[in-house]
Design a protein around this ligand. Structure first.
Ligand code: CU
Length: 320
């Protein structure tokens, strides 16, 4: 009898937990429109042009960050307007679906709707998977989907959060064969769509908006490697990663890391704690592979008293 009661209680508790989970899970509607437009890339610094004839989600490179919680359903629509010349598609790395159905190409003048449950927490890439995929990514059709973990154990709250996406810049956007096979075709490294985007040291003439934090803050970087071919050796110059969460999942955690190698199409979360005892400290987040750093993969984080309170929050997790 006692055992029977225990079983009943266990079943009721499980049912309560199960329904509680489903009460909090929500559906997030997202629509993106494929736009074939010119975007500013700051490419002159590396022997290219200042603009790129890009293919984009909603007109920006990278596309907007998507942010959901583990267990949420993403209700997604991709619109490909009739004025576009190419088919486009969406491949969310956070989805477990059918590549031939949900991720299939959408012709100009058509749209595609699908849903998936974001079951695995982490920082995931999304990108266009239409053929030739190398060209659709190189021309700018990529972004980040953050799936916030439910289990916050051993996942300290961040004071500020930033999204950084790195990608190889090929000025000759038509020659996709060269993107795969010609090392010289790769001229620049874009961080959030621009060469030396947040680096006033190496590009003093640029219009820069460096990452900011206050002394002693935990800064969380959601990093995606959207390169075509090259891994990224992510290192904070004058700092040490306090924690690295592989795939952005707190269950996969490393501590005290100088450099972490991010594979192509990998996303990881990096925590750094800015020095508490310094009024001002500059930290340069670089791809320590020198051929990438010198092509533009340098991002300056300034820790200082009176840091802009808006930076690293809300919309400003990705700085323009
Ligand atoms: Cu595309």
């Amino acid at each position: 009898m006692k055992q029977y009661k225990k079983t009943i209680i266990a079943v009721m508790t499980t049912a309560a937990l199960f329904s509680a989970q489903h009460v909090f899970a929500k559906t997030v509607e997202i629509t993106m429109t494929a736009k074939e437009v010119d975007v500013a890339v700051n490419g002159k610094l590396v022997g290219g042009a200042d603009t790129m004839a890009a293919w984009t989600f909603d007109g920006t490179v990278p596309g907007k960050p998507v942010r959901v919680e583990e267990g949420d359903t993403v209700d997604f629509t991709l619109v490909n307007p009739a004025e576009n010349k190419n088919s486009h598609a969406m491949d969310f790395h956070a989805a477990q679906v059918n590549v031939l159905d949900e991720f299939a190409p959408v012709k100009p003048g058509e749209s595609k709707h699908f849903k998936f449950e974001a079951k695995v927490p982490g920082v995931f890439m999304y990108h266009c998977g239409a053929s030739p995929m190398v060209q659709h990514i190189a021309r700018g059709m990529y972004g980040v989907i953050l799936v916030e973990p439910k289990d916050k154990k051993n996942y300290p709250k961040a004071d500020r959060e930033y999204v950084l996406v790195q990608q190889q810049y090929f000025p000759d956007v038509e020659n996709y064969g060269a993107m795969l096979n010609d090392a010289n075709a790769w001229k620049g490294s874009l961080v959030n769509g621009k060469v030396l985007h947040y680096d006033p040291v190496h590009d003093p003439k640029g219009d820069h908006d460096v990452l900011e934090a206050a002394p002693g803050e935990r800064v969380r970087i959601y990093f995606v490697n959207a390169n075509i071919n090259n891994p990224v050796a992510l290192h904070p110059i004058a700092g040490i990663w306090d924690r690295v969460y592989i795939n952005g999942n707190p269950k996969n955690q490393l501590v005290g890391i100088q450099t972490y190698n991010v594979a192509v199409a990998e996303g990881d979360t990096f925590d750094i704690v800015t020095p508490k005892d310094k009024d001002v400290a500059g930290i340069a987040i670089v791809d320590h592979s020198m051929n990438a750093a010198l092509r533009g993969a340098i991002t300056v984080l300034v820790s200082k008293k009176g840091a802009d309170p808006k930076k690293g929050h809300g919309e400003q997790i990705i700085l323009k």
